[in-house]
Design a protein around this ligand. Structure first.
Ligand SMILES: [Zn+2]
Ligand SMILES: [Zn+2]
Length: 120
């Protein structure tokens, strides 16, 4: 069996509906990031665990196993142009509101991201 290079990190996202944070587990498989899991967290725990301190950049694919936002089931998310944090996003509307800073903006459907999570 071939050994694949595998890296994993957790980025912090907030639910657009409940405004509650959750972690998205990202795994880098053959150079491509995959969203593989999502789980509820609280902000304090996120800071203690050091989530969101690692840079995730490049293409991000949603794994077939990915359960979606643990609060509302949304599969997608967007990165705020103002604070850079993530908010779950269903793709229903072009105008999105950041659950972290309240910034309203147009969502650009990009395939590639440079992410840096909470604590900034
Ligand atoms: Zn949500
Ligand atoms: Zn924001």
């Amino acid at each position: 069996m071939r050994e694949f290079e595998r890296e994993a990190t957790v980025v912090v996202c907030k639910c657009t509906h409940s405004k509650q944070p959750f972690g998205i587990r990202m795994e880098k498989i053959n150079g491509v990031w995959h969203q593989t899991w999502a789980f509820k967290i609280n902000e304090k725990a996120a800071k203690n665990e050091g989530y969101g301190t690692e840079m995730v950049s490049g293409r991000i694919e949603v794994d077939a196993e990915y359960p979606g936002c643990p609060y509302c089931g949304t599969m997608g998310w967007f990165s705020c142009g103002n604070c850079g944090n993530l908010t779950c996003y269903s793709g229903e509307t072009n105008i999105v509101t950041c659950a972290w800073c309240g910034n309203k903006g147009e969502c650009q459907a990009a395939e590639s991201f440079d992410l840096k999570g909470g604590g900034y």
